[in-house]
Design a protein around this ligand. Structure first.
Ligand code: AMP
Length: 326
């Protein structure tokens, strides 16, 4: 059903000598995996082309994936830019993106900004890596897919789907993940990188559990203010990861992490839910994302409490009108 657009993308890639690949700011496993994996495939398949990957923003926990050389500004005027896993142009981690001759957008977020000349957007996909895996399988006879590339793509599929647990995981997800495994994914090393923790981190988690709050209707939230971040010498990214500590509380179908962004003077919001959507709340607070995983920004502690009240009211209404939730 998406054959036409994939063919168009491959033809466009074939017609350009210079290609730049980019992802979103604050890159996660899917952003890094999809761009690293796709770049590796393009470099191996088209060794005569100049293929770059922008690396302007960085997440410490993915440092094991390796860095990239910077991209000379002058290459953009003749370049094709492929932006993966990035819903809006505001979130593109590439200060030169608008200088590219043509842009291809490959993304799995709800469409809010079709900034590409070609937009391949499938919001039912559990990850952008799932789309890259689909592209690989479609053109398996024309692309060189090394084990390293497959490992990057598998990493994004695993991380963005919460190890194949979240909404959007389908039979097709697992068939495509299986196809990546067949290319030789080194999952033992990958999982050791992704899922082992320092003892100090576990100590930190015990502190977090002491500070989680639950609203009347069951919204779990935590406010990682600047003092907490300082106490544990956390980077902003590390502090932001706290959202994953809130995701398994019985009855808390919505959970939210608020993280002081000292550099910007605002508070980052990470919203998550099961059974009901929270994207509308994110949109009301300068954000967006997916139905059950979204991001936002609030500009004061008062606005933070407004958002919590909105989430609490939503969850209260859901529980009053639905049975069967856990
Ligand atoms: P995060 O909590 O930052 O991981 O965000 C959850 C999802 O929402 C990710 O897929 C993000 O790409 C998306 N997202 C986060 N912030 C925004 C925003 N301000 N606008 C649109 N999408 C966002």
């Amino acid at each position: 059903m998406n054959e036409e657009i994939k063919n168009k993308i491959l033809h466009t890639i074939e017609s350009y000598e210079t290609i730049v690949v980019s992802r979103h700011i604050r890159p996660d496993g899917d952003a890094v995996g999809s761009t690293k994996g796709f770049t590796k495939i393009l470099r191996d398949t088209f060794p005569e082309k100049k293929i770059y990957l922008t690396d302007e923003d960085f997440s410490d926990y993915l440092a094991f994936c390796g860095g990239e050389d910077s991209v000379p500004e002058e290459v953009y005027k003749d370049a094709l830019l492929i932006v993966i896993d990035t819903g809006t142009r505001k979130r593109i981690s590439n200060s030169n993106y608008a200088k590219a001759q043509k842009i291809i957008k490959i993304d799995h977020h709800i469409e809010a900004d079709p900034y590409g000349d070609i937009n391949w957007v499938e919001d039912f996909r559990s990850s952008a890596c799932e789309m890259i895996a689909d592209f690989c399988v479609t053109f398996r006879d024309r692309l060189k897919i090394a084990p390293e590339a497959a490992t990057f793509i598998y990493m994004g599929m695993v991380t963005d789907s919460g190890r194949f647990r979240f909404e959007g995981v389908s039979g097709e997800t697992l068939r495509l993940a299986a196809a990546m495994l067949d290319y030789g994914v080194d999952y033992e090393t990958l999982f050791a990188h992704l899922y082992t923790e320092d003892f100090a981190t576990l100590k930190f988690k015990s502190f977090i559990y002491d500070h989680i709050q639950i609203t009347k209707n069951g919204v779990a939230y935590i406010y990682m203010d600047s003092a907490m971040q300082e106490k544990f010498a956390l980077s902003f990214e590390e502090a932001s990861n706290v959202v994953s500590e809130l995701d398994a509380i019985k009855g808390s179908l919505i959970w939210v992490a608020f993280i002081d962004n000292v550099a910007k003077g605002n508070i980052r919001v990470r919203l998550r839910s099961r059974f009901l959507g929270i994207n509308d709340i994110a949109i009301r607070h300068h954000g967006g994302g997916h139905n059950m995983a979204a991001g936002a920004t609030v500009f004061s502690v008062e606005e933070m409490y407004e958002l919590i009240e909105e989430a609490d009211a939503l969850l209260g209404e859901y529980k009053a009108t639905h049975g069967g939730w856990l």
